[in-house]
Structure formats: structure tokens, C-alpha cells
Design a protein around this ligand. Structure first.
Ligand SMILES: *[C@@H]1O[C@H](CO)[C@@H](O)[C@H](O)[C@H]1NC(C)=O
Ligand SMILES: *[C@@H]1O[C@H](CO)[C@@H](O)[C@H](O)[C@H]1NC(C)=O
Ligand SMILES: *[C@@H]1O[C@H](CO)[C@@H](O)[C@H](O)[C@H]1NC(C)=O
Ligand SMILES: *[C@@H]1O[C@H](CO)[C@@H](O)[C@H](O)[C@H]1NC(C)=O
Ligand SMILES: *[C@@H]1O[C@H](CO)[C@@H](O)[C@H](O)[C@H]1NC(C)=O
Ligand SMILES: *[C@@H]1O[C@H](CO)[C@@H](O)[C@H](O)[C@H]1NC(C)=O
Ligand SMILES: *[C@@H]1O[C@H](CO)[C@@H](O)[C@H](O)[C@H]1NC(C)=O
Ligand SMILES: *[C@@H]1O[C@H](CO)[C@@H](O)[C@H](O)[C@H]1NC(C)=O
Length: 470
């Protein structure tokens, strides 16, 4: 670890420090926002942060109630409204609007009125057909249900346990207020980037990449590494994007981002949930943990590849997988695996273990890459708290979907997802943590974003808005 990095870490671990050590101050200064500076953000991940990439790639026509709590038309987000990444981008002046203006293309901070899209169930590309099946097995390994349009594509043994979909986040403006006024503000709320929402890399029309691009794709995992749209492929897409942009500029044309923009940009990686879920759905717990290293190696490889030109990284840990209705709805012999909040201990224990290893990896990378800033944020305690202390956030039904079928306790049916005909959503998603069984509501996402911005769960505790184009 560099001196600066060590100093920042020390700072992060000691809230009583009043004066920054000189080295930390200078390191932090590198990331501070000069007045008028425009931050650039690149994001890699799964449906937790997919702002429309998969829908664009597959030509999906998602329908209501997706997006109903915020946007005026389907955007490809698996949520009733905004994702956590959207809240991280929004203006600090009004981070949690209740009446959103809309401005998909411009960088002015206006938001769409109201729109819904959704779908828990994806039309999976050929290679993903097996994921689909994996996700529908119970702990006995027996297939008990199908979600959406399962392809019947070949599942090779190499695919075994490789992926499933990811939980997301989402929620409503109200929850944003809860997050901002409640927990987060008490700790001093951090600031978002004040940029427009990230355009999906694969969205051909209406995208504006001047403040970055989003490579996240619903269903993505780290492994297998060469399938669409694994993390490795997302990084390759980024390199392609970067080269084309620099090429245009070198020809005297306008490229969305110049060399300095790429260098100063913030690179967020939020992936692993699909990998961990797929393992848990298919292997006994003790075997699952042994399979983490190759997943972590992919994330490490991504950072090392991006490091050729990039210096600012923000890595998110995974969430409380054992509290997702999709996992809770898997038939079980008895409730011995449930914790005091009704979540599955095994899934959560795996998530915690994965996050600990990911945090260690970030420490290791910080040591190796002395001039890089690598922030790790543990999303597990944030998302677990939404369930455990749900009343604090105004949530009534932390383990039940808003948009699903089957009624209590989980309102989740493997055969009838949020987008299935005849499925209706709850009246007000702001009372729910979970949107469709896998993804969080906008209300929950707002609360998650507020917690991320608080820096309280980050190491080092760097403020999010410190990353800017200079
Ligand atoms: C997509 O869905 C909307 C309704 O949500 C419908 O108006 C439109 O015709 C659909 N487009 C296609 C190509 O099916
Ligand atoms: C956000 O950015 C806009 C310009 O895009 C600027 O006018 C506004 O002052 C910024 N808000 C904050 C809180 O920095
Ligand atoms: C794209 O966004 C940038 C700022 O984020 C803005 O200056 C520019 O005008 C936008 N381009 C288009 C074509 O809307
Ligand atoms: C798994 O699913 C099969 C098929 O529906 C069912 O017969 C079996 O009882 C289930 N096992 C458990 C443990 O729920
Ligand atoms: C780093 O990027 C440059 C182009 O920006 C490329 O020429 C070079 O091969 C890359 N190095 C590695 C190790 O990938
Ligand atoms: C509950 O099920 C687990 C396996 O899922 C088993 O090991 C345990 O003995 C069962 N407990 C009771 C009380 O039946
Ligand atoms: C619930 O909130 C209390 C008080 O803020 C906190 O101490 C506890 O850790 C939270 N529980 C979880 C599981 O996050
Ligand atoms: C949902 O509930 C929140 C508070 O619980 C309220 O502020 C909001 O107006 C409600 N939204 C709708 C559409 O009823």
C-alpha cells in the first residue's frame, strides 16, 4: 500500500482524526472537484446497475409496471424506478425528487416523469438458458419451476453453476427522503456526482456518452469469462469504446471523452451476485466458498486491465442474497436456515464471506497499484439493514415482492414473474424493499444510494463526489 493509501485508510478507520495527514490530503486533492468540473463515470455490472443495456441488446419491449414510480416510459431497468447508480449520478441539489423532470439526453439535471418497464424474466441469450434452469432448482437439485422464457439451449458441464440473475434495487422518491433524512443524514450525507444518468453502451439511439457509459448488463456474472456479457466482455467493450473515442479525437473529430477524461474517470464495478447465487443454487455451502477465488480473480483482472489508463475505482460488494424473495421461495424442508429476520442464513453467510474476500482483494490491489484509488463499499450491511430495520425506512413487507404472484409470505412465483400476464403490482412500491423477487424497489435503491454516499460503509471513506474530470 502506498503511503497515501495507508494514510487514507488510517483516516477511514479513525473518525476522530481532525486534520488530514499531508499525504492523505494530497491524495484526496487529486480527486477533488474543481468548480465546474464534470465527472465521468464508467460502470460495469449486472441488473443491479443495468440502465437499459440488456433491453437494448436484446430488443426487449418491457412494459409496465416497470418504471412506474419514476420514468414515463420503459428504460430497461428492472425496477419500478431508479437504480442505485441513478441516485449516485443525480444532482446533489435535489437527489431524491418526488416529482422528477425528464431529460434523457441532456446533461441538465432533469428527470422523466413517470414510466414503467420491468420484467424479472429475461429472454436469455442462448448461452444463458442453463442459468435459467439452475435458478429453478430447489436445494435438492430438482427442477421445480421455470421463470420466463427459458431457452432450452445446451448447458455444458462448464456452465454448471455459473450464473443466475441478480437482485437489483429500486424504489421511490419517498424512500429517498427516508434515506436522506434518516440514517444517512445523521452521518452526514455524501454527495452524488451531479451528472445525467449513464447511457447504456449498447443503446444505439438517444445515448449521450459525454459523462461516461454503462456496460452493466442484466444477468451478467464474472464467469464464464468469455460469454456475453460477462465482466471480461464488458471490459473489452470499454476498451473498444475508449479506443474509438480517442481515435475520433486524434482525427480532429469530436469523441465523447478525451484521454484526460478516461484517466480521471471513476470506474465502478458491481458484480458477483449472479456468480454467488448460481453457486448457492447448485452446490453445497462448503463447496461454494471454495469456488470464490476464480470469481475474485475476474474482478482483479478487470481492475488490472483498466489500470492501463485508469486510476479511480469503486468496487461494490454483493447484497443480502438470503433476503430475496426469489431465494426464500425455493421450497425447503424446514425453517432451520432462517435467521431472526426470516432471511436464509446460508445465502447471507456466503454473501458476507464473498464480500470479505472482495474487500481483501481491494486492499491487495491498493497495495500493488500505488497511484490508484480503490474504494470498496460493502453493500451487505446496507441491504441487510433495509430488511432488519425495515420500519425505520418506512417499509412494511421486507421479504415480499411488490410485483409478483402468490401472495404472502413472499409473493413470488417461479412460473409467474412481474412481467407475466395477469400479474399485478402492489399499490405503492415505496412500502416494499423488493420489487420483483430479485431486484429492489426504487425506494430501497434510494436508501442504498444514500448509505453509499455517506461513505460509512466504504474503505477508505472517500466521498463519492471527489472523482472528477479536471
Ligand atoms: C411495446 O409495448 C408498448 C406498450 O407498453 C406498445 O405500445 C408497443 O406497441 C410495443 N412495441 C412492440 C414493438 O411490440
Ligand atoms: C449540478 O450541475 C449543474 C450543471 O449541470 C449546476 O448548474 C449545478 O449547480 C450543480 N449542482 C450542484 C449541487 O453542484
Ligand atoms: C451530452 O451531454 C453533455 C453534457 O453531459 C452536453 O453538454 C451535450 O450537449 C449533450 N449532447 C447532446 C447531443 O445532447
Ligand atoms: C424439490 O422439487 C421437487 C419437484 O417439485 C419436489 O418433489 C421436492 O419435494 C422438492 N424438494 C424440496 C426439498 O423441496
Ligand atoms: C495499454 O493501453 C495502450 C493503449 O492505450 C495499449 O497500446 C497497450 O498495449 C496497453 N497495455 C496493456 C498491457 O494492455
Ligand atoms: C431441517 O432441514 C435440514 C436440511 O435442510 C436438516 O439438516 C435438519 O436436520 C432439519 N431440522 C429439523 C428439525 O428437521
Ligand atoms: C438495525 O439497526 C440498529 C440500530 O441502528 C443497528 O444497531 C443494527 O445493526 C441494525 N441491524 C442490522 C441487521 O443491520
Ligand atoms: C406511497 O407512499 C408514500 C408514503 O408512504 C407517499 O408519500 C406516496 O405519495 C405514495 N405514492 C402513491 C403513488 O400513492
Amino acid at each position: 500500500m502506498s503511503a497515501a493509501g495507508a494514510a487514507l485508510l488510517a483516516l477511514a478507520l479513525s473518525v476522530t482524526v481532525l486534520a488530514l495527514p499531508a499525504t492523505a490530503a494530497s491524495a484526496a486533492a487529486r480527486f477533488s472537484c474543481p468548480p465546474g468540473a464534470r465527472p465521468v463515470l464508467f460502470n460495469f455490472g449486472d441488473s443491479n446497475s443495468d440502465t437499459g443495456g440488456m433491453a437494448a441488446a436484446m430488443g426487449w419491449n418491457l412494459t409496465r409496471p416497470e418504471g412506474r414510480a419514476f420514468f414515463s416510459h420503459p428504460t430497461g431497468r428492472f425496477c419500478d424506478g431508479r437504480l442505485t447508480i441513478d441516485f449516485l449520478c443525480e444532482s446533489t441539489a435535489s437527489p431524491f425528487h418526488s416529482s422528477p423532470p425528464y431529460c434523457p439526453q441532456s446533461n441538465t439535471l432533469q428527470y422523466p416523469s413517470l414510466h414503467l418497464f420491468s420484467a424479472t424474466f429475461f429472454f436469455l441469450p442462448h448461452e444463458w438458458a442453463c442459468i435459467f434452469l439452475h435458478a429453478t432448482r430447489n436445494h435438492s437439485g430438482e427442477t421445480y419451476g421455470r421463470q420466463g422464457l427459458a431457452g432450452t439451449g445446451a448447458c455444458s458441464p462448464a456452465d454448471e453453476g455459473s450464473r443466475v440473475w441478480a437482485p437489483g434495487r429500486g424504489s421511490q422518491a419517498r424512500a429517498g427522503l427516508v434515506g436522506a433524512g434518516g440514517g444517512a443524514r445523521a452521518h452526514g450525507r455524501g454527495e452524488s456526482l451531479n451528472i445525467s444518468y449513464l447511457s447504456p453502451y449498447l443503446k444505439a439511439l438517444g445515448s449521450n456518452y459525454s459523462n461516461g457509459a454503462n456496460f452493466a448488463i442484466a444477468g451478467a456474472a464474472t464467469l464464464p469469462r468469455d460469454v456475453r456479457f460477462a465482466l471480461h466482455i464488458q471490459v473489452q467493450q470499454f476498451l473498444y469504446f475508449r479506443d474509438r473515442s480517442l481515435e475520433l479525437i486524434s482525427q480532429g473529430l469530436s469523441g465523447p471523452i478525451d484521454a484526460q477524461g478516461f484517466q480521471n474517470a471513476l470506474y465502478i464495478i458491481d458484480i458477483g451476485q449472479n456468480d454467488v447465487n448460481a453457486l448457492l443454487d447448485n452446490f453445497p455451502y462448503d463447496q461454494v466458498l471454495a469456488k470464490f477465488p476464480p470469481i475474485l480473480a475476474e474482478i482483479k483482472d478487470a481492475v488490472q486491465t483498466l489500470y492501463n489508463g485508469s486510476r479511480n475505482f469503486w468496487i461494490h460488494g454483493t447484497g443480502a442474497l438470503g433476503c430475496l424473495p426469489q431465494k426464500l421461495a425455493i421450497p425447503r424442508k424446514n425453517d432451520s436456515d432462517l435467521d431472526q429476520y426470516g432471511c436464509l442464513k446460508t445465502y447471507n453467510r456466503a454473501a458476507v464471506t464473498f464480500n470479505a474476500a472482495l474487500g481483501s482483494l481491494c486492499d491487495q490491489l491498493s497495495t500493488q497499484m500505488e497511484d490508484a484509488m480503490i474504494v470498496y463499499t460493502d453493500l451487505f450491511p446496507i441491504k441487510y439493514d433495509l430488511v432488519a430495520n425495515h420500519t425505520k425506512y418506512g417499509f412494511n413487507n421486507p421479504l415480499m415482492t411488490c410485483c409478483g404472484h402468490g401472495g404472502p409470505p413472499y409473493n413470488y412465483d417461479f412460473n409467474k414473474g412481474c412481467q407475466s400476464p395477469g400479474v399485478t403490482a402492489c399499490d405503492n412500491g415505496s412500502k416494499f424493499v423488493n420489487w420483483d423477487g430479485v431486484h429492489l424497489t426504487q425506494a430501497a435503491n434510494a436508501a442504498v444510494a444514500a448509505r453509499i454516499l455517506s461513505s460509512q460503509y466504504s474503505k477508505p471513506q472517500l466521498k463519492f463526489d471527489k472523482f472528477c474530470r479536471v
